[in-house]
Ligand binder design. Structure first.
Ligand SMILES: NC(=O)c1ccc[n+]([C@@H]2O[C@H](COP(=O)([O-])OP(=O)(O)OC[C@H]3O[C@@H](n4cnc5c(N)ncnc54)[C@H](O)[C@@H]3O)[C@@H](O)[C@H]2O)c1
Length: 328
């Protein structure tokens, strides 16, 4: 059992803590939040084994703690993450890993120097549907990648320390990196608008990778919640709609047929085939993420969403931020 001290029990921290407790690979040993009311809510939810505190520094040198989970806002998380890694504790850190690539790189270096597991909670990498799509690409079933068309929109919550892109597109950039086997874009375009507060409420990100394009819409100002990823391959196309229940993944055996010179054809024809909805066992992506973190600590392996992966994603976001300023 990996004994974890979690910092932050807000909206998302409540989900992280619930999964740490529910897993038989992890134990929630301590829960830290600055807000007494949040700790009170936690105490009502959990049994007496958890120690509650308002100051994480109490646990940095605690030999009974193997690792920390950091689920606070992005701005203050960097300094705390450094202290955790300097104290020799493994770290599960919420996305975005840091506000910029310089900070993300510093955390990654620190973890590597101290031989620690640094796991960025890019939760979609632990989603069974994303894993299935990755398998489809790697086995050749999808063909070559042509595009990713992604929207992640909802009404709020408006975050104050990061924009919609750092809050939402971060997931999609992580997914593209994961599915494509680590490809990085060579051209990034971004536009956005600040409607409420000092951060962009709505961003459109367009990226050019070697062989495929990606378009990512991130919005805190949508009347409907949408979590939709469409991926076009040369052989098949897929739509992953995370708002659906059993039919989250639809596979279209459709595409375009190249004209055959041999038969003197000159037109591109469309090819339409089966549309299938495969059965995929439901799994909790956050539980998988927490358990992967524990597995890496026990086995001394690197996380799929390790610090280096987090740095790559943050670097793309840095470039997109530059473009947001240029296009403002
Ligand atoms: N992986 C995901 O899918 C996902 C989804 C939502 C949010 N998140 C991330 O989770 C993090 C938290 O988001 P949230 O919506 O829960 O925020 P939140 O504001 O609801 O909660 C943050 C909590 O951290 C506490 N806190 C802040 N600084 C602290 C400190 N120094 N010591 C102790 N407690 C402290 C606050 O009191 C608050 O209770 C963010 O980084 C966000 O991006 C991830």
């Amino acid at each position: 059992m990996i004994r974890i001290a979690q910092i932050g029990y807000g909206y998302w921290g409540a989900n992280v803590a619930r999964n740490i407790i529910a897993s038989d690979k992890t134990q929630l040993s301590a829960l830290i939040d600055l807000r007494a009311d949040r700790l009170k809510v936690a105490e009502q939810n959990f049994n007496g084994q958890v120690r509650y505190h308002s100051d994480y520094r109490e646990f940095l040198q605690d030999p009974e703690i193997d690792a920390f989970a950091l689920a606070i806002q992005t701005a203050p998380s960097f300094e705390i993450a450094k202290q955790i890694l300097n104290a020799g504790k493994h770290l599960f850190i919420e996305k975005p890993m840091a506000a910029d690539a310089e900070k993300a790189t510093e955390l990654n270096e620190l973890a590597r120097r101290n031989n620690l597991v640094l796991h960025v909670d890019h939760i979609m990498l632990y989603h069974p549907i994303i894993r299935r799509i990755k398998q489809m690409y790697e086995s050749g079933e999808l063909g070559d990648l042509i595009y990713f068309d992604i929207s992640r929109m909802n009404l709020g919550p408006i975050r104050l320390d990061v924009n919609a892109m750092l809050d939402l597109a971060v997931h999609d950039l992580a997914v593209i990196d994961f599915i494509s086997g680590g490809k990085e874009p060579y051209h990034v375009e971004a536009i956005g608008e600040k409607h409420y507060g000092s951060q962009e409420t709505l961003t459109y990100l367009t990226l050019k990778y070697d062989g495929f394009l990606a378009h990512i819409k991130s919005s805190w100002i949508s009347p409907i919640k949408e979590r939709r990823t469409m991926i076009g391959g040369t052989k098949k196309m897929v739509i992953f709609d995370d708002m659906k229940t059993l039919d989250k993944l639809t596979i279209f055996d459709q595409g375009i047929i190249e004209p055959s010179e041999e038969y003197g054809e000159y037109e591109f024809k469309t090819r339409t085939g089966d549309i299938t909805i495969p059965y995929i066992r439901q799994e909790d992506a956050l539980r998988n993420s927490v358990e992967h973190f524990a597995h890496c600590i026990v086995n001394g392996t690197q996380s799929i969403s390790d610090g280096a992966h987090g740095v790559k994603v943050t670097r793309i976001l840095d470039e997109a931020k530059r473009k947001l300023i240029l296009n403002d």
